[in-house]
Design a protein around this ligand. Sequence first.
Ligand code: COA
Length: 183
Amino acid sequence: MRVQIRAAFDTDMPAILDVVLSAFGNEQGQEIADLIIDLLKDRSAQPVISLVATANDRVVGHVLFTRTRLKQSLQIFSSAILAPLSVHANYQNQGIGGQLIRGGLNQLKAMGVGLVFVLGHPGYYPKYGFVPAGTRGFEAPYPIPPEHADAWMVQELQPGMIGSVLGQVECADTLNDPKHWRE
Ligand SMILES: CC(C)(COP(=O)(O)OP(=O)(O)OC[C@H]1O[C@@H](n2cnc3c(N)ncnc32)[C@H](O)[C@@H]1OP(=O)(O)O)[C@@H](O)C(=O)NCCC(=O)NCCS
């Protein structure tokens, strides 16, 4: 199987939505699909990195990174959040999610982004360099219940970022809706 990671085109949208429904199931999938559509239109989310994974030229995975900022910070660096990540059910556990994450992180690093956040599975994202964010002084936009504290994670893309800045993270308007921060 030939897997490639590339920037998503507008014409990939139906295939991306199909992947999301397959990955998350119909009910949650529709919510996530709407989130992607809204984030791509949201000017406060810019700059956006939207990548697809293709297997033999068919879209089988998608990841989105959007802008974040730290509240009450002078913001002399830029930061982003990874959300959402989806791999088609028939293509999971073959490293495609990992390739999408690495592809996005490489682009963010090249853009000079200093920090990347994610709210996700604490058994998955540490494989790709994420560490718990709360204990490093980064508060999520909405409180994360203590039993899920490890799901809120961060990764520095420039050395020395963690430890030199802290505060509450603010996402794009679309992602700042509390419904996206409930379990
Ligand atoms: C989670 C997801 C994106 C991972 O993509 P993938 O291409 O299947 O994952 P990869 O092949 O890169 O990595 C597979 C590894 O991650 C582990 N893994 C997969 N899903 C996991 C999960 N939900 N929690 C913990 N570990 C997970 C696998 O057990 C495997 O571990 P191994 O390498 O030790 O064998 C994909 O399974 C998916 O779309 N799931 C449904 C939607 C979802 O939960 N999205 C993420 C929201 S945080």
